[in-house]
Write a protein that binds this ligand. Structure first.
Ligand SMILES: NC(=O)c1ccc[n+]([C@@H]2O[C@H](COP(=O)([O-])OP(=O)(O)OC[C@H]3O[C@@H](n4cnc5c(N)ncnc54)[C@H](OP(=O)(O)O)[C@@H]3O)[C@@H](O)[C@H]2O)c1
Length: 256
């Protein structure tokens, strides 16, 4: 295939959906697929296709990258809580008139037996823990969201993160557990039991890798303080890779 007929597509990644989409496009000789990662982890998994790492430098930096790389379409497959990158992508693509798709796994929804306390920010979660009278909390919020919880000096926290927080906020009572999903149901049950956990705080990431804790909490009858997803710009959206492939086919189809 001659080089001129190759179309460049950018995937804003950092999620299993981003990797799966890059994989699904790997055999397309007509496409050059670049996955962009923020560079938060030191040895990230390599996606299929090309990889670039690091921030773009805000909306203007992203727009310059898109124009310079002659990118024809962008798929924002970042994590549901990576809202800044999503906002930047929406602005840069609107400025350049580029098609942009949001690829996002569906949010979790409570089922009968769940005791969820929905909150919109981490200070709301602190208030919810007070209101619930929680004493032994599994804190699964990511290493960058820990600081507000250190305000609760009469609560013991099991702080579960993928990589070490630096620094770990000054919790009065806490234990750090470094672990990466997927987490299985039996292990989650045992974890809650072994540490006598009476509440979980987490974010509504969706997907299966970290959902077992929700069932374990339901079985134990304990509450889950659930941070709702941040708002996102109104965009075409796909809930899975198959739907993203259909969108890409349509936006890249030659116009009659
Ligand atoms: N937040 C979470 O809970 C979570 C969980 C799992 C994975 N992740 C992944 O980790 C990355 C960072 O998450 P975040 O919450 O810090 O994002 P964020 O708050 O939305 O983004 C902050 C800045 O990081 C850079 N950035 C983010 N994603 C990028 C990407 N895919 N490629 C290049 N630059 C990127 C951008 O810098 P510039 O302004 O300089 O362009 C962006 O303005 C995301 O890619 C996300 O998919 C996040």
């Amino acid at each position: 295939m001659c080089k001129a007929s190759i179309t460049s597509v950018l995937i804003l990644g950092g999620t299993s959906e981003g990797y799966a989409l890059a994989e699904a496009l790997a055999d397309r000789a007509d496409l050059r697929v670049v996955t962009s990662l923020a560079g938060r982890t030191s040895e990230p998994r390599r996606p299929a296709g090309a990889l670039r790492v690091g921030g773009f430098g805000g909306v203007d930096g992203l727009a310059a990258y898109l124009a310079g790389g002659r990118i024809a379409a962008v798929i924002d497959a970042t994590h549901p809580f990576a809202a800044t990158m999503g906002d930047h992508a929406a602005q840069a693509c609107a400025d350049l008139g580029l098609p942009l798709l949001r690829l996002e796994r569906p949010a979790w929804a409570p089922v009968p037996g769940d005791r969820w306390e929905p909150v919109n920010d981490w200070y709301g979660a602190v208030v919810a823990l007070r209101m619930l009278g929680a004493r032994r909390v599994l804190l699964a919020v990511g290493r960058q969201a820990l600081a507000p919880f250190a305000l609760l000096d009469d609560v013991w926290f099991l702080v579960r993160c993928v990589s070490p927080p630096s620094p770990l906020p000054a919790f009065a009572h806490a234990e750090l557990l470094l672990d990466r999903g997927p987490f299985d149901l039996d292990a989650e049950r045992m974890l809650l039991e072994a540490h006598n956990i009476d509440c979980i705080v987490c974010k509504n990431s969706g997907g299966s890798a970290s959902a077992a804790k929700l069932q374990a909490a339901r079985e134990r009858g304990i509450p889950v303080v659930m941070r709702e997803r941040p708002p996102r710009p109104a965009l075409p959206a796909a809930a899975d890779v198959a739907a993203a492939l259909v969108w890409l086919r349509d936006v890249l189809a030659p116009q009659p």
